[in-house]
Write a protein that binds this ligand. Structure first.
Ligand SMILES: [Zn+2]
Length: 437
């Protein structure tokens, strides 16, 4: 089927903004423009297209129907800094080394010499812009590199409407015929769960009366587990709010009638816990509520050849975008282009990177639907079969092959030289964001 025919066939099922965006794709041969969307703290199973019982994401659902929705995705880390560094570098958390060392509280940003996606795009003729919304993804940590235009609302209070408006303003002002690479990072879904009206009442009728944060005991435990119902509803309201503004973004992309194809890649840095394993938030464990993140690609005919069931990771995003843009990838990446994956491949995808709690030396290895979590300090192993137990609630005997792979991964040497941040602002800002107690 010719691409135009594909998009017209999809049109009957798509909301107007998304439908219009993809009707603009006609298979032209120039390098596509690229929009990379990172929704902070978005676990996959709270999107309708990934099985959420609520209609949280009609626009994202349409994106998934128009393109390819990867069904088995593992984040490379449990929190923002290392996970987003993996998205931007194509490397595992151990290789790029952007992290927090829990015992000392030392925080390391990305090596300024490490190739990152916006740098590669810029060097290959792309106009680049990045709009981010948390200090951890600011210039101090190296996330500005390669962007012609870069902004970061460091205290995390930038809402989706302002992020989308800034992106549309930048797109509208583009003066030349270069393709563009645009990254939008949304922090709305991260706590506090306080979506603007009317989204605060989309999935609950108790409004702000139920609070927007968890309440904790003096010892750090969850004081009121019954808050889960309200807070999950508010979390889902945040998703619906971001989804609404993505519709505005996609509509504007169509109205601009760019003379190129537009590849859209949507993902998250990590998920969020709602007491599935006794914890809330993120950064403490590598269970599926943290590591199972969405990954959706749309806008190009070549996406049809990607096997949606293949296991993939965030570190595949860089090589995939470069492959689809016919750009040479940096050497020695650990991620792979999704176009090179096999539907039934026996690939394993690792994760690590904890920023809180005593058990911070954890490794996860996914292979197909199997997940092994190994604690390097205690040698404790947990094994789950996610195909039948998607929330990892029933342990099964550990797999020695996956354990070997976890041990091999844990011995991965640093490939780059991450930068220790000694800036006085680091600790206060991270404390305000809840990352440092
Ligand atoms: Zn995050």
């Amino acid at each position: 089927m010719r691409p135009t025919t594909v998009f017209r066939a999809l049109a009957a099922f798509l909301p107007l903004p998304v439908m219009a965006l993809f009707l603009s794709c006609t298979g032209r041969m120039e390098r596509p423009s690229v929009v990379l969307i990172i929704i902070d703290t978005l676990r996959a199973d709270h999107l309708s297209c990934y099985g959420c019982g609520r209609s949280t994401s009609p626009v994202i659902d349409s994106l998934a129907r128009a393109g390819v929705m990867m069904e088995n995705v593992s984040s490379q880390a449990s929190w923002t800094l290392p996970a987003t560094a993996s998205i931007m570098s194509g490397l595992t958390a151990l290789s790029h080394g952007a992290r927090m060392d829990v015992p000392t509280g030392n925080v390391f940003g990305m090596d300024p010499e490490m190739p990152v996606l916006p740098m590669v795009m810029k060097r290959n003729g792309y106009a680049t812009a990045g709009f981010f919304n948390v200090y951890l993804l600011g210039a101090d940590f190296g996330f500005h590199r390669g962007f012609d235009i870069f902004s970061c609302r460091e205290n995390g209070d930038g809402l989706a409407d302002s992020t989308v408006s800034a992106a549309i303003d930048w797109l509208t002002g583009l003066q030349d015929d270069r393709p563009f690479f645009l990254t939008l990072h949304f922090f709305d879904v991260h706590d506090p769960y306080d979506p603007p009206p009317p989204f605060d009442r989309y999935f609950t009728d108790d409004g702000a009366g139920g609070g927007v944060y968890w309440e904790f005991t003096p010892e750090g435990g969850v004081a009121r587990p019954e808050q889960r119902i309200h807070l999950e509803a508010m979390y889902d309201g945040e998703i619906a709010y971001v989804d609404h503004h993505l519709g505005i973004l996609f509509s504007s992309l169509r109205e601009m009638e760019r003379e190129r194809e537009i590849l859209v890649v949507l993902t998250a840095d990590h998920g969020e816990e709602f007491l599935e394993h006794g914890f809330v938030g993120h950064g403490r464990t590598l269970y599926p509520e943290i590591t199972c993140v969405p990954m959706i690609l749309a806008g190009l005919e070549r996406l049809d050849s990607i096997p949606s069931t293949a296991l993939c990771g965030q570190y595949d995003i860089l090589p995939t975008i470069l492959d689809l843009c016919s750009i040479q990838a940096p050497q020695s990446l650990e991620g792979s282009s999704l176009l090179d994956l096999e539907p039934g491949g026996r690939r394993s995808v690792p994760a690590s990177g904890i920023n809180t709690g005593a058990d911070f030396h954890q490794v996860s290895v996914r292979n197909g639907g199997r997940q092994l979590i190994w604690n390097a300090d205690t040698d404790r192993m947990e094994m789950y079969l996610l195909d039948t137990d998607p929330l990892a609630l029933a342990e099964v005997p550990p797999d020695s092959v996956l354990l070997d792979e976890a041990l091999i991964y844990w011995s991965t040497p640093l490939r780059w030289d991450p930068v220790l941040l000694e800036d006085w602002r680091v600790t206060p800002v991270l404390r305000d964001l809840g990352y440092v107690k």
